[in-house]
Design a protein around this ligand. Sequence first.
Ligand SMILES: Cc1cc2nc3c(=O)[nH]c(=O)nc-3n(C[C@H](O)[C@H](O)[C@H](O)COP(=O)(O)O)c2cc1C
Length: 316
Amino acid sequence: MSFKLLATPLQGFTDFRFRNAVDKFFGGVDTYFAPYVHLQGQMEIKNSYKRDLSPLNNDVKQLIPQVMTNSAEEFLFVAHYVQTLGYTELNWNLGCPYPMVTKRGLGSGLLKETAQIDRLLKRVSDESDINISLKMRLGYEDSHEILNLLPILEKHRIKSIIIHPRIGKQLYKGEVNLDIFHRCVENTSHAVCYNGDIQSVTQFRELKQRFPDIHEWAIGRGVVSNPFLAEMIKTDSEHLPHNWMDQFSDFHDALFQYYDEALSGPKHIVLKMQSFWAYFSSLFENPHKTYKIIKKAKSISSYHEAVRTNLARARN
Ligand SMILES: Cc1cc2nc3c(=O)[nH]c(=O)nc-3n(C[C@H](O)[C@H](O)[C@H](O)COP(=O)(O)O)c2cc1C
């Protein structure tokens, strides 16, 4: 059975530069999601969101914008904005786990507010023809929150539901709850996409075997840690290509160049690239040492030297 691979966003990492570079150098991802747009009380789209969503900046085949809100007005405002750019779908973030967000009744903090979700979806469907998809966790406090919500979602026109089977309180740690995920699939007529902890081809195969009816699989951190992963899954190959260091090096240099053009000052560029290595280092035999070498760099030249050292160690 054919399937689609979706790359879910990591705010602070998967902006248009990163998405374009992954798509150009690796492929394998069918659909990318942009990190969420959050309006912060004003009906105004910040320039950084505008840049990230501008079709002029995005080279990938399919990009879906995302919004994080608990207000129908805000949802409709963002929906209208993205429609003017040519997008036909808006993804609603009901998954963000951070207390700063959830305490304000946003992200996974909204999941238990079934009546509020119901009202928002009704109003948005009445007033806009945008396709709505949801990205959510099992709950914030309790993994049964989603089971209370799913019957309400049956009434609504929803394109698909991406489910990350953790609760908000877990943040990104602990086990994913595949039993409750299974119950979700049984309790909805909407298309469900699985998202969570897909880091290898073996893990993907196991999940696919357990959930043979799932057509869409979403990967977040796995694509940043291993940008080869989506193509490896598509070709069912457990191993990195034998020349992966060369391909990774070309990707890295392109990414560096994009940020070099966009950010001002060597300190910002080095910090930005170092943040990626918290993920990239897992490609290397000794991730801890790899990351340590990168973290020591204080200037652009020492950063490049650190990258060369890591790649040389991988080649030997
Ligand atoms: C640093 C970071 C930022 C994230 N930002 C977003 C975001 O903007 N929107 C969103 O829907 N999910 C966001 N996520 C969640 C991921 O997209 C993904 O759903 C989650 O990490 C689980 O999938 P994974 O195990 O494949 O990473 C973020 C995760 C991390 C670690």
